[in-house]
Design a binder for this molecule. Structure first.
Ligand code: NOJ
Length: 506
């Protein structure tokens, strides 16, 4: 006999699916109320004024002046965007862009020129007070990164982030920032991209201090930065809680897709995430704390094989583990691209100490992925959604702020940056899917970058900005690019362009 009850059930289910789909289509246009859009820079990349009014050299001043062949175009940040002298222009442009918040960093040596003694440079205080006050006067929330790679050279001379003492100096810096600016700054990022910094500085020699301590300095650097982060967080919660701010850090990570469907390549992709993202996230955001077990075992094993008495991966004490666990009010995520991971044909020779050898997987790219001006930054928006899902499932759906995401153009780029417009739309679409469909807790998006700036060892050969900067003009003229107008519309309407009748769909 024909089962009408069953037919009715199927029919109702179908209706529910259609309704859900329609709702998703409309909600897949608009960001939830309260979602905030911002943009970002960092001190060395934009400020210039490298030696004025008491500022002393950072490792970037030192490296670009003494080791200039490490910078592709042999340039430096002596003037950069001249933002030190152009606060009003920058604020007017931020206002034009209509952002809710602006992420910038504080130059350590402008504020504390003699790391280690208590002298606070009045000009540093004046400059950052002015930036913060003017932002607030224009309704733009300051989001401040305490350390964005410009370590005082005087601390580098003592070993930099491979010296445990640097933690104490950093805490003095962080405490100074909280007490001088915390009445107005309510969002703090303790560290920008610990893994990019430590790996590039010590393994790849592509960021200052361009040191050769491969597979050793790399882990020490990240270990001490993590400890400094944890302790800064606890200091804020103990002594500055009345300021009612929040503290987190920005972790960088691509997403890794397995190169093929084989179990081996799937394992390689997992290895890549564990030894990249989880290395820094696990001690802070996991239920168990500490480094991921895979890293512990693998680096302990490799170290033993190499004749080390102790593992090259340092250990946390029980107390340190506790300080780190839960030491972030949000997870800042810097994400630009994805890669393919595959298992190497054979495990690489182990007599050399190296982070890459410890990780042990091969990298490649799907030829179908659109390119950018940076070789290894392909346009793979779906990778961001995967990474957000991974974070949701691995770390109990923490609050995530995307603290960087952006497109690399080359030095010849002017204002017709269609590729950047398309990149932003595609990545924001995936973020919206992650929020609406996957229920990921993403509440802020930060586009990198506000304007073209000094791109570290790539000098001025790459452009990430929504404002073009003319680096041949002594005034460093800024001109809005297409992406500035496109992002401004997204911010105004909280809606993706394809859903706005007056914007062409992408
Ligand atoms: C990472 C860094 O935080 C930032 O300083 C850099 O300019 C961008 N990503 C682009 O490479």
């Amino acid at each position: 006999m024909f089962n009408y009850k069953y037919l009715l059930q199927v029919f109702c289910f179908g209706i529910i699916l259609v309704v859900q789909k329609t709702m998703q289509n409309t909600t897949l246009c608009t960001f939830p109320p309260g979602f905030k859009f911002g943009t970002a820079t960092s001190a060395y990349q934009i400020e210039g004024a490298w030696n004025v009014s008491g500022k002393t050299p950072s490792i970037w001043d030192f490296a670009t002046h003494n080791n200039f062949e490490s910078i592709i175009d042999r340039s430096n940040g002596d003037i950069a965007c001249d933002s030190y002298n152009q606060i009003d222009v920058d604020i007017a442009n931020l206002q034009l862009l209509n952002v809710s918040f602006y992420r910038f960093s504080i130059s350590w040596t402008r504020l504390l020129p003699n790391a280690g003694n208590n002298f606070i440079n009045p000009d540093g205080v004046r400059y950052y007070n002015e930036v913060i006050d003017k932002l607030i006067a224009h309704n733009i929330d300051p989001m401040v990164t305490i350390f964005h790679w410009d370590l005082p050279q005087s601390l580098q001379d003592l070993g930099g982030w491979t010296n445990k003492l640097t933690i104490e100096y950093y805490l003095q810096f962080a405490r100074t920032c909280f007490s001088l600016f915390g009445d107005r700054v309510k969002t703090w990022i303790t560290f920008n991209e610990i893994s990019m910094y430590c790996v590039s500085a010590y393994d790849k020699k592509s960021l200052a201090p361009f040191a050769s301590l491969s597979g050793i300095g790399t882990y020490l650097c990240a270990h001490y930065m993590l400890l400094a982060h944890g302790r800064a967080y606890r200091i804020y919660k103990k002594d500055f809680i009345h300021q009612k701010g929040i503290v987190g850090l920005s972790i960088d990570s691509p997403w890794y897709f397995p190169a093929t469907n084989t179990a081996n390549d799937k394992m390689a992709a997992m290895r890549a995430i564990i030894t990249g993202f989880d290395w820094l996230a696990h001690p802070i955001f996991s239920q168990t704390g500490d480094y991921p077990l895979f890293m512990r075992k693998r680096i302990d094993y490799n170290s033993k094989q190499q004749g080390f008495k102790e593992s090259r991966l340092p250990r946390f004490t029980t107390k340190e583990k506790a300080i780190l666990q839960g030491s972030a009010d949000f997870l800042g995520l810097n994400h630009y691209t994805s890669k393919l991971a595959s298992m190497p044909m054979s495990e690489k020779a182990s007599e050399m100490t190296s982070y890459e050898i410890d990780r042990s997987f091969d990298i490649s790219f799907d030829p179908k992925w659109p390119k950018s001006a940076r070789n290894h930054f392909k346009v793979v928006p779906q990778g961001l959604r995967k990474l957000l899902l991974y974070i949701r499932d691995t770390y109990n759906n923490p609050i995530v702020y995307i603290t960087e995401n952006g497109y690399a153009g080359d030095h010849s780029e002017y204002i017709d940056d269609h590729d950047r417009v398309s990149y932003t739309n595609l990545y924001l679409t995936e973020i919206l899917k992650a929020i609406v469909i996957d229920k990921c807790n993403v509440t802020k998006y930060t586009s990198w970058s506000f304007m073209d700036n000094f791109e570290w060892h790539d000098g001025y050969t790459l452009r990430f900005g929504m404002f073009h900067v003319d680096f041949n003009d002594p005034k460093r003229k800024r001109t809005p690019k297409k992406s500035m107008y496109a992002y401004r519309n997204i911010i105004r309407f909280g809606t993706l362009p394809r859903c706005l009748s007056f914007e062409k769909s992408i």
